[in-house]
Design a protein around this ligand. Sequence first.
Ligand code: HEC
Length: 169
Amino acid sequence: MIKKILIGLLVILVAIQFIRPEKNNSADITKDISTLYPMPDSVKVIVDKACADCHTNNTKYPLYAAIQPISFWLADHVNDGKRHFNFNEFAGYRLAKQNHKLEEVIEQIKEGEMPLPSYTIIHTEAKLTEAEKETLTKWCQSIMDTLKATYPADSLILKKPTQTQAASK
Ligand code: HEC
């Protein structure tokens, strides 16, 4: 009985190796955040190593990402991360959403929620030092300050129909 179950599992494991989720590899950066707000190298280094794999249109896949079901699991993180916040799509967000997402980045960093803990187990270099956290949050804050100084307060208030709609826009 146990042998049959194990063989069954093995067959499934082999079969799913042939299913490949679409890769997140686009070179389109026309709506990148840096097209609106210059990103200093000190910030770019941090974003590239700690956030880009899940919050841009370009993931650097490790070798083990070719193995199922790891590949599904990674694709799920990337899709979910991108849906919430995408550095490469930022310039396409309306002002209120830009403002709100920057606020969320600051929050996530301060609370130590991002990068995802499951990510930093392998990508140990993505664990942010206090200095790196400060560099990233200060940059976000400076953009928020610019927005506040440039646009009427009303245009920066996110009018949320529902949480889910706000996240999917
Ligand atoms: C391994 C993938 C991964 C990495 C790396 C990662 N994130 Fe995330 N991020 C996610 C996922 C998945 C979500 C959505 C679910 C959640 O909140 O846990 C998310 C949510 C967020 C949100 C919340 C947006 C919202 O609408 O609530 C922000 C902001 C964010 N991430 C910023 C960052 C920043 C900044 C970094 C780098 C310091 C980073 N993330 C690194 C996967 C990742």
